[in-house]
Write a protein of this length. Sequence first.
Length: 474
Amino acid sequence: MERETAWKKYSATDLDAVNALAEDYKAFITENKTERECCEAAVEAARAAGYVALEDAIAAGTALSAGAKVYATSHDKAIMLVQLGALPLEMGANILGAHIDSPRLDVKQNPLYEKDGFTLLDTHYYGGIKKYQWVSIPLALRGVVAKKDGTVVRVSIGDGPDDPVFCVTDLLPHLGAKQMEKKGSEVIEGEDLDILAGNQRTAAAEDAGGDAKGANSASDKDAVKAFALTLLEERYDINEEDFLSAELEVVPAGAARDLGFDRSMVIGYGQDDRVCAYTSLRAQLALANASLKRTAICILVDKEEIGSVGATGMESAFFENTLAEVMALAGEEGHLRLRRALKASRMLSSDVSAGVDPAYGSVFEPKNSAYLGCGLVFNKYTGARGKSGSNDARAEYVAHLRRVMDEANVTFQTAELGRVDAGGGGTIAYIPARFGMDVIDSGVPVLSMHSPWEVTSKADIYEAERGYEAFLQA
Ligand code: MN
Ligand code: MN
């Protein structure tokens, strides 16, 4: 069975729409590089589309009926949007779920130190990265510092036009003979992913001892680190201890860009899984004024890259709790009704899939792999070895989705994540499937997944949004 590229079917008007979406998408992922930033942007977009905060609706005791639109967040890192349909929720919702965390380097709690005249920040990597990819590229620092007095200082350095950036250094090849003999996972070790953050020192007069005798003299001890701390105090009103209660993420600096002579692709950071999160959010908001039969839900969660754990991950009760609150306001209160709603729901676990890479063809089985440009990918199952850890969607559900996609003229493809026994991976799909609902992985194919600069096709982004919209309306 051949698969067709979506590019073939586009009219000039379609191409305009493909490119317009890509422009918005590039702006979104350039602007929003952390889960907090994505959550905040989603709140803003939801409010603009007429959504109200669930907590406000609860406080006001607002009765929700068909057409009502509410959103809830979890610790500013996960968000759920609900637009009520005409049917009772007990009969199930159509749900899009994506994740807004991406692999990165997290600044440690006690990160600052000085060595050989440099200020450095110690990090602990987050998610599955190839560590060697994170050296010698410009990096930005984004996140928050929560102070003891309750204020939360936002930090974003490295993406403004005049901002400085940071980097992790690498060894020059002239002295790298021994390093190059190491295996890939050890070429750069986790503890060596430290961020270069300064080299200037405080003026000699500011030292307690006063006599400058070069970088290693006793009186100069930590003068470079002291200089960095002075700057942090001046610009952000934070001191060294405040790092204890900070969440600072080190991410690639720079904007998402067009890739290729034909500008058919996007290269950018964090496309796993913001390409699916953004298109899911867009699809949900596109229906804001539509009257739906089934309730439409879009949930964007954190912590997928480390196992969906924690209060903001899919394993948390955020999803169930929010649904229970909405049902109560819709006059469908009760444990049993909630369980029925969960079981009767359908979900697309909107997550990226591995696209066939011509440079690494041997890890793909050509008939059952995703190709860039061939549309929205459905992974009936993921997992490793004998499908271990996978959510294997049932055939009847796949048939339903084929019907929905064909009726909406969405270009889609089916795939596995690579050859049998080549490796594997997982998503959030198996978690909501526990409730008995139908869930399948569906998303955009990506090249260089989990690298600082991932690659997607504009056609797939477009087909994903259209497919998600069709799914919500089905
Ligand atoms: Mn993912
Ligand atoms: Mn991932």
